[in-house]
Ligand binder design. Structure first.
Ligand SMILES: [Zn+2]
Length: 199
């Protein structure tokens, strides 16, 4: 089965068939906020947010001195799931929560410039990367005529991938603090974290 690899668009047509975000504005009492693109809707929400926002008076250093690396999955609300407040931590997210060179870049800045000392890695059940393979990359190359410089970082065993991610952090020469690195799998059905033994 060929994977659709070019469905990357910022158009207003919803990917979600539930129609939570109407493609064409339906007449309603709140039609002003249901019209327009998804981004328009986010900007409106920001205006309401800013109306009640008070300067928290914080600097950029995370209060808990922790950086959380997690998958970008929409079902994972890091702040709620971990009891985090504004200003507590750095959150570094990508597809899979994989420790790539760019994650190491962010962690290096997090530790060396902004004082974090602990690293928490979070993968999750039902991750999209479990159903992909490196074929994704080859199909992409066939389609666009250019090979991406990055690896897909697909995985079959989420526990093993957490271990690999922990290992990448622990062996990075750029990081100052590599002793407090713990990895977890978040269950999207129960909301619980399960810790992965690094061994
Ligand atoms: Zn995921």
């Amino acid at each position: 089965m060929r994977t659709n690899v070019v469905r990357m668009s910022t158009a207003s047509v919803p990917a979600d068939p539930s129609g939570r975000i109407p493609a064409s504005p339906a007449p309603s009492a709140s039609s002003a906020s249901s019209a327009g693109t998804v981004t328009d809707r986010l900007v409106e929400a920001n205006n309401r947010y800013a109306a009640d926002f008070a300067d928290p008076g914080m600097d950029a250093r995370p209060v808990l001195k922790v950086a959380v690396v997690a998958c970008m999955d929409a079902r994972l609300d890091l702040h709620d799931a971990l009891g985090l407040e504004l200003g507590d931590c750095h959150t570094i997210r990508n597809a899979g929560g994989v420790v790539t060179d760019d994650v190491i870049r962010s962690l290096t800045i997090s530790q060396r410039a902004l004082g974090t000392r602990s690293v928490v890695l979070i993968h999750h059940t039902g991750c999209g990367l479990l159903s992909l393979t490196e074929d994704f990359r080859h199909e992409l190359e066939d389609e666009v005529g250019q090979r991406p410089a990055w690896a897909v970082e697909a995985f079959r065993d989420v526990d093993q991938d957490v271990r690999q991610s922990m290992q990448r952090v622990r062996t990075s020469p750029f990081l100052l603090h590599r002793d407090d690195v713990r990895g977890f799998v978040f269950d999207v059905k129960t909301g619980l974290l399960r810790e992965i033994d690094p061994a």
